[in-house]
Write a protein that binds this ligand. Sequence first.
Ligand SMILES: NC(=O)c1ccc[n+]([C@@H]2O[C@H](COP(=O)([O-])OP(=O)(O)OC[C@H]3O[C@@H](n4cnc5c(N)ncnc54)[C@H](OP(=O)(O)O)[C@@H]3O)[C@@H](O)[C@H]2O)c1
Length: 202
Amino acid sequence: MKKIAVVTGANRGLGFENCRQLAQRDIQVILTSRDRAKGQAAAEKLQAEKLDVKYHPLDVTNANSIQHLAEFISNEFGHLDILVNNAGILLDYLENPDGSIFNVKVDTVRQTIETNVYGPLQLCQTLILLMKVHNYGLIVNVSSKHGQLSANINSTRFPIYGVSKTALNAVTILFANALKDTNILVDSVNPGWVQTDKLLCI
Ligand SMILES: NC(=O)c1ccc[n+]([C@@H]2O[C@H](COP(=O)([O-])OP(=O)(O)OC[C@H]3O[C@@H](n4cnc5c(N)ncnc54)[C@H](OP(=O)(O)O)[C@@H]3O)[C@@H](O)[C@H]2O)c1
């Protein structure tokens, strides 16, 4: 039986390539994006490569959207094996180019944390239930070198992005500890610098 994987923020960048490489390993991939047209186009591109990829909309900041995805997976497959929490934003870069903590806008903090932390947190809470069906799962939270506390404190370039990835790492450890007696593994990764479409992520 094929394993079932969900990748968030997969219409472009690392998420899109994640979908391709998972599908190339004979995994059934659910490619998700907040923009339906862009997500469908991305899925069609991979389908044209004869890869088993389905599209489903997902805005990681919207609890209803997360619930709809869970219902889709439950109805279609009955369980889930892999979740890649890839969707992420880096707004400091645009709004606070000198990276000064004095210039950080609270709205930017809120938006960044909603996407980079609350989103993965709620996706874990909701989709782990579908991993418990077979007591098997792998969750990869895509973090950054800026998620290291020491790196974040010493780096003035992306303060709020760094705060969000530090928090994501903490969330990762909490889920990993809570699931340590199961076959569900939760971890975070730093993909390193990759030149993706908009060069917004580090
Ligand atoms: N590239 C790097 O060098 C690098 C290094 C370290 C860590 N990372 C991390 O790796 C991940 C992917 O990076 P990337 O370079 O591929 O980024 P990217 O090219 O900017 O793509 C980000 C993706 O996240 C999606 N997204 C943003 N907000 C969303 C939301 N509310 N709901 C659903 N999707 C949302 C975007 O959708 P739209 O197209 O609709 O905006 C896009 O598909 C991020 O978590 C990033 O922090 C990247």
